[in-house]
Ligand binder design. Sequence first.
Ligand SMILES: Cc1cc2nc3c(=O)[nH]c(=O)nc-3n(C[C@H](O)[C@H](O)[C@H](O)COP(=O)(O)OP(=O)(O)OC[C@H]3O[C@@H](n4cnc5c(N)ncnc54)[C@H](O)[C@@H]3O)c2cc1C
Length: 520
Amino acid sequence: MASLETDVLVIGGGATGAGVAWDAALRGFDVILVDRADLAEGTSGRFHGLLHSGGRYVVKDPVAAEECVAENAILRRVLPDCIEDTGGLFVTTPDDDPAYGDRFLEGCRAADLPTEEIDVAEALRLEPRLNPRIKRAFTVPDASIDAWKTVWSLARGAAEHGARILTYHRVIDLVVEGDAVTGARLRNELTGEELEVEAGFTLNASGAWAAQIVKMAGIEGVGVIPGKGIMIAMNHRLVNTVINRCTLPADGDILVPIRTVSVIGTTDHQAADPDDIPPTQVEVDAMLDDGERLIPGFREARAMRVWAGVRPLFQDEKATAGKEIDTRDVSRTHAVVDHVARDGIERLLTMSGGKLTTFRLMAQDLVDAMCRQLGDERPCTTETAIPPGNDDGQHYSIGSRLRGREATMQDEQLICECELVGRSKLEETLRRRDTTILDDIRRSLRLGMGPCQGGFCIYRATGILHAIDGIDGAEASQSLRDFLQERWKGMWPILYGDQLRQARLDDWIFQGLLDVEHLP
Ligand SMILES: Cc1cc2nc3c(=O)[nH]c(=O)nc-3n(C[C@H](O)[C@H](O)[C@H](O)COP(=O)(O)OP(=O)(O)OC[C@H]3O[C@@H](n4cnc5c(N)ncnc54)[C@H](O)[C@@H]3O)c2cc1C
């Protein structure tokens, strides 16, 4: 069996794990980051897209609010290209108690969160589709954040400092010698090969799967509660500002404009298994009704895709034994689980809880805790270090792809019309990512993520993949089928109106013209 050696093994390539790899690599540790799939294929790639201002938590969860206030400001500085500065509004809908607005203002003051109450007329001028019956409106520094850009930027930055990034490498066992974890056994999910990593320290950043990982070291009862939530992407930006209901956190109370779409979400229910979270029809219907409260006519707009993610909520079983848990009541702060103190196991720490907005702080706390256990204090620099792609300090803006496209309009073939992906960008990304999985390319470029859900671009992209990668026809056809299957998963629960027409057209193209299921 092949083997690798490293100072620090990071398990989980979501925002937290990528943040940990970036932080530890900057402190001079040799790092290996592993994920069982592509980076950000877990919760980080399935979240709501909101860089929280903290407003959501000021009344119910003030510690989480303060963390969001601080981290929102830091991430705007160090990851500007991953963030669109949309701003946010908290609005009191006819179903909400206007008095909550006073508690909200008080909470914002306590958390140092800049906010201002504005006239309803001004809010409607900013967002003309908003429910005209709203009673109060408050501005906050919410923003949208692109998780894939963020995670890849951190991973690339870590790699520039020597880190090795192993995607599609699943941890199948932890190696325990005496009272210490000394590494892990991995399986390459693409080839089936196994290898061993010998690690000075293992950092478990596997989110909702964290309890499964520590079980491999015989540790039981680490309470990571998988909190399932669904979201629906509407095919247009119905708003350009993040809209939150001004009330205690509830279902379907936030609409986030992100890239070319707007996303309504979310729900919060405990899931039995983080890998089994299909959105249900009931949840979809409830979410569309929630959208109506914020934007009248929401149900008539085109719903493009639905998906679910699973929160890694932390609540240690020792504290909650026998109690029924409402996942909305679990704090959104994070905790470093010290396995020496808790379980007598050395050289292993677990991160639990938190939010994408606070991933940097979570990474700092985890690496700090490791340094303390190693007796090797090294300062954290991620408050100021800029990961690749963010050097010009400019926030992403909705027009940036179009501006780039206009410059090369006559020179190059457009492959994905919805997301404006040109041929050279696709070819460069296929070579750089060195993958035959079209879904990996989707996450890197947003290929096939627009209203046609790959209907017009993915057969072109498959041909280019085939030509560039030297793979045979059968492999290329399989990659195409896998991509279509993945898109279908997110479409069928919301098939009505224009999206249903689109699905029929896609079906004619792929089943009728290409007979995709029987391609060689
Ligand atoms: C519905 C929903 C909406 C949300 N919206 C927001 C929001 O708008 N703003 C916000 O700030 N936060 C939001 N959150 C919270 C946020 O998304 C999560 O807290 C965050 O993404 C968790 O990141 P992570 O890196 O800890 O976990 P993940 O992104 O899940 O990463 C864990 C990784 O571990 C990998 N893994 C698992 N098992 C193994 C194994 N055996 N071997 C190797 N790798 C393994 C997985 O593949 C996964 O990639 C939302 C969460 C949900 C569920």
